[in-house]
Structure formats: structure tokens, C-alpha cells
Design a protein around this ligand. Structure first.
Ligand SMILES: NC(=O)c1ccc[n+]([C@@H]2O[C@H](COP(=O)([O-])OP(=O)(O)OC[C@H]3O[C@@H](n4cnc5c(N)ncnc54)[C@H](O)[C@@H]3O)[C@@H](O)[C@H]2O)c1
Length: 316
């Protein structure tokens, strides 16, 4: 049997993710859900009509869900569920300002996912990301490896883009890495960044790297400020879709994701941005990389900050 993936939330993030997943043409079915009546059905119809042009067989099914779980039968048998339901930021807001409102949404969605798609790997994208990932694990009761969050791939992609632009080199020649939280304690890792295999630290002065690091940390807010309504979704959906593809294909690809950390880097008991091997069971293993003393210290600061907030979320 072919694979089935569900995207919960048919807003900007969800609809672009559904499009990317359908165009991969590796799934039997992409289910797209939302609470706004007709929205997921309309987007699904539109996407299905693009099949002859983009040449994919995957069917997109749109379903409106109700406050008491109505419609959730449609996600039954999903191998993967991506949770995009939740409010995005407005200019001037931090991701943390979304905590309470999105916690209610994500808890409700997670309980239905646990009921109707009990074997799925869950990829969380709603913000604040690290806290919503923890909440999803608690509310689903799924093993921790089967719940992960998308943030690091996006933050890393932003960093890579800024470096490629600054040096006017092809994007494919640049490797960067960001770890830590999807927020103020994001940890871009310049010591792991290379251009055509050469250390970034030999190609750009420290103050320029620091500027790019700052822009990366502020990458989401920069887009929000320009859009004035809503937040980024093209790069974010590319990241979530790639994670889902790695799960569907059991590829073992190593990606920066929000994963449960249990002893790696001397850090325990927290969902945090780290590199991990992704496959059919979700996070197969957290992959540790060598960090400078400062980078490791920053990662520990991020872990402490996220751990404190994740504790709050457990009671929401
Ligand atoms: N992790 C990341 O890197 C990252 C990047 C960008 C955006 N985000 C987050 O993703 C979320 C979605 O962003 P967006 O741009 O798509 O917002 P959006 O407002 O365009 O879409 C959100 C959708 O969720 C729906 N929704 C609300 N409650 C629901 C429920 N209970 N069940 C199903 N659907 C529900 C809404 O009706 C809406 O269509 C936000 O929280 C945003 O902050 C995360």
C-alpha cells in the first residue's frame, strides 16, 4: 500500500506543504484538513486539478473538521501527520506570544491524531515550535521518537541563503547549521559552516558572520514585518515537506530538527533543535556534532530556556 500523509491546517503553511507533498508524487494520498468549512476541500480540488499539468498521481483529499473531532476519520491510517494548525505572528509579536492560543489548538488536534492515526509520525510546525512539539508528544502519548518539530531545517536554510548571498556563491556550495530553539535562543553554528568545503570563518570576517547570524535569528520576523499580515511559508513548507519525505522513504537523512534530547551534548529532558537521522520511525537517532565551547554553552542556555517554557505548556 502507498503512503498517506495528513496536513492539519489549510492556511498558508499547510496548503503549500500539501502542494509540495503532492508534487513529490510519492504518496497515495495527501489529506488536508481545517476548521474553516470548505477551505480544505477547495484547496484540494484546486491541487487535484493541477495533476495533469504537474504530472502527479497523488490524490489530495480536503476535509473540514468539527469541534468534537468530526471529520477526523479521514486521517485514519496516516503514516505521517503534519500539524500546521495555529495562529501565525503579526508584526512586533514574538513566537512566544502565541503560546496560549496555539496550545489550545495543538492539544485538541493532537488528541484527535492520537485517536484516528495512532501509528503516525507527527511533525509539528505550529509556534512556539519547541513548546508545541513537547505538548504534542504529551497530548498524543506517542513515543518521543515519533514526534518531532520543524525549525532547524528552515533556520539553517535561511543562514545558508544569507551566506550564499553575502559571498555571491551558488547556494549548493554552502553548508551551514543552526541548533537550539526556534526563537531567541537559536544557536547558529559558524564553526560548522563551509563554502566549497572551506571554513566560513576563513572567508568572512567575524563581524560579518555575526551580522548574518543575527539576520538568521531574526529571519522569521524580517518576513513577518514585510508581509504585515501572516508569516513565512515557502521556505517553512519546503522544510516540513522534506522531513515528511525522509520519513516516507525511510531515508535516514540527517537533518536539523526539534527532537527529544536525552543525554546528547550533556543535555537531557527537553525537545531541542539538534541534528537527527530521520526515517520511518521518526527520529532514529540524534546525531552529535563537535561544537566550540561557546556554541555548546549557547546550546545549554537554549535547552534551559526551552525546558522552563515546556514545563508551563504541560499544564495548558
Ligand atoms: N516552525 C516553523 O518554522 C514555522 C514557520 C512558519 C510558520 N509557523 C507556524 O505555523 C502555523 C501556521 O502558519 P500559517 O502561516 O499557515 O497560518 P494561517 O493563519 O495561514 O493558517 C492557519 C490555519 O490553521 C487553521 N486552524 C486553526 N485551528 C485549527 C484546528 N483546530 N484544526 C485545524 N485547523 C485549524 C486556521 O483555520 C488556518 O486556516 C503558525 O503557528 C505559524 O507561527 C511555523
Amino acid at each position: 500500500m502507498g503512503k498517506k500523509v495528513t496536513v492539519v491546517g489549510a492556511g498558508f503553511y499547510g496548503s503549500t506543504t500539501a502542494q509540495r507533498l503532492a508534487e513529490y508524487d510519492i504518496f497515495d494520498t495527501v489529506v488536508l484538513t481545517d476548521i474553516v468549512e470548505g477551505k480544505p476541500e477547495g484547496i484540494a480540488l484546486d491541487l487535484n486539478q493541477s495533476r495533469p499539468i504537474e504530472d502527479f498521481e497523488t490524490k489530495v483529499v480536503g476535509v473540514t473538521t468539527g469541534p468534537n473531532g468530526e471529520g477526523y476519520e479521514a486521517i485514519g491510517g496516516s503514516d505521517i501527520v503534519i500539524i500546521t494548525a495555529g495562529l501565525p505572528r503579526k508584526p512586533g509579536m514574538s513566537r512566544m506570544d502565541l503560546l496560549e492560543v496555539n496550545a489550545k489548538i495543538v492539544r485538541g488536534v493532537s488528541e484527535n491524531v492520537a485517536k484516528y492515526a495512532p501509528n503516525a509520525v507527527v511533525i509539528v510546525v505550529a509556534n512556539p515550535l519547541d513548546e508545541m512539539t513537547m505538548l504534542t508528544q504529551i497530548a498524543t502519548g506517542f513515543p518521543r521518537n515519533r514526534v518531532m518539530g520543524q525549525a532547524g531545517m528552515l533556520d539553517t536554510a535561511r543562514f545558508t541563503h544569507f551566506v550564499a548571498e553575502a559571498l555571491a556563491v551558488p547556494i549548493g556550495s554552502v553548508r551551514t547549521l543552526t541548533l537550539g530553539s526556534h526563537g531567541d535562543t537559536m544557536v547558529p553554528v559558524p564553526s560548522k559552516c563551509t563554502v566549497n568545503g572551506k571554513p566560513l570563518t576563513e572567508l568572512l570576517p567575524a563581524d560579518k558572520i555575526e551580522e548574518l547570524v543575527g539576520r538568521t535569528r531574526n529571519g522569521g520576523a524580517e518576513v513577518v514585518a514585510l508581509l504585515k499580515t501572516g508569516s513565512a511559508y515557502y521556505a517553512p513548507s519546503a522544510a516540513a515537506a522534506r522531513m515528511a519525505k525522509a520519513v516516507a522513504e525511510d531515508s535516514g537523512a540527517v537533518m536539523p530538527v526539534c527532537a527529544w534530547v536525552d543525554g546528547e551534548y550533556g543535555i537531557s529532558g527537553v525537545y531541542l533543535g539538534v541534528e537527527a537521522e530521520i526515517g520511518a520511525t521518526g527520529v532514529k537517532k540524534v546525531v552529535q556534532t563537535g561544537l566550540t565551547d561557546n556554541e555548546l554553552a549557547d546550546l545549554k542556555v537554549a535547552a534551559d530556556a526551552v525546558r522552563a517554557k515546556q514545563q508551563d505548556v504541560c499544564d495548558m
